[in-house]
Design a protein around this ligand. Structure first.
Ligand code: SF4
Ligand code: SF4
Length: 250
């Protein structure tokens, strides 16, 4: 006879921190959908779609509140892949001589997010992806999002790009991403900051893969849970995941 286990009715850890962010994600999806329908009705075009992933090699900044949501969705295999990616991002941060070098090497050498399904081009954790992955939309084809495209363009092509961006409604006039859809996500950042401060008396921000790994680290989360920022930093150091560019506690 197979004994069935009773259902686990324990609330997810740190639900007081993650619930406002989850509500923010739902609100954002509704508002972004409405905005997009209006944009397209006015003749605008957004190129993002299923299987498009050239942006999934960019560095991503998140709050620990968002990272907890992703961390709680991962199985051990994915968690291991995220940790390896976090350590590669950290090695890059330790040796990069500038922000530009950090970003370029992240895209070219650290590479694509391990949560990307390379066969289908889909995000394998779509429902628990962080804010930045939700609010990045492109008014130009994906090749303009890809690493190395700008560098490969001639000066004349770069000037044509600038002119085209400047006359494309919805951009900020400098880059081809859709600015109002980024602004719409600001309440999610605010909700994350507020819920972390209320629950822990501090905020934690940083690299997506580093924070997702630390969100599964019991020693780190125990110190965060009691508002001990210094102790949390030491726990991150012991885990080999402390770097001021990728982990901010305060
Ligand atoms: S931002 Fe660019 S690469 Fe990312 S889904 Fe949209 S078009 Fe594709
Ligand atoms: S979480 Fe998903 S959408 Fe975001 S970078 Fe990773 S694969 Fe891409």
């Amino acid at each position: 006879m197979i004994r069935s286990e009773p259902p686990d009715r324990r609330p997810a850890p740190h639900a007081d921190v993650t619930a406002p962010v989850r509500r923010g994600y739902e609100r954002y999806a509704r508002q972004a959908g409405t905005w997009l329908r209006g944009y397209e009705a006015r003749g605008g075009r957004v190129y993002c779609g299923a299987g498009c992933f050239a942006c999934c090699d960019m560095p991503i900044r998140v709050s620990l509140a968002e990272a907890l949501i992703t961390a709680q969705a991962l199985d051990p295999v994915k968690a291991g892949a995220v940790e390896r990616h976090a350590r590669a991002a950290l090695a890059n941060a330790r040796t990069a001589r500038s922000d530009e070098e950090y970003v370029a090497r992240h895209r070219q050498e650290v590479g694509f997010c391990p949560l990307l399904d390379r066969e289908s081009g889909a995000c394998s954790e779509y429902d628990s992806r962080p804010t930045r992955c939700r609010d990045t939309f492109s008014a130009f084809p994906a090749r303009y999002c890809a690493s190395g495209t700008w560098e490969s363009m001639s000066r004349r092509e770069q000037e044509a790009y600038r002119r085209e961006v400047a006359r494309t409604p919805g951009t900020d006039g400098e880059l081809h991403f859709v600015a109002p859809l980024e602004h719409l996500s600001e309440p999610v950042w605010v909700a994350a900051a507020k819920s972390m401060r209320q629950a822990w008396g501090l905020e934690v921000w940083g690299d997506f893969w580093v924070l997702t790994t630390l969100a599964r680290d019991a020693a780190f989360m125990a110190r965060i849970g009691v508002g001990d920022g210094r102790g949390a930093w030491k726990a991150a150091q012991r885990a080999g995941l402390a770097h001021p560019a990728l982990l901010e506690i305060g």
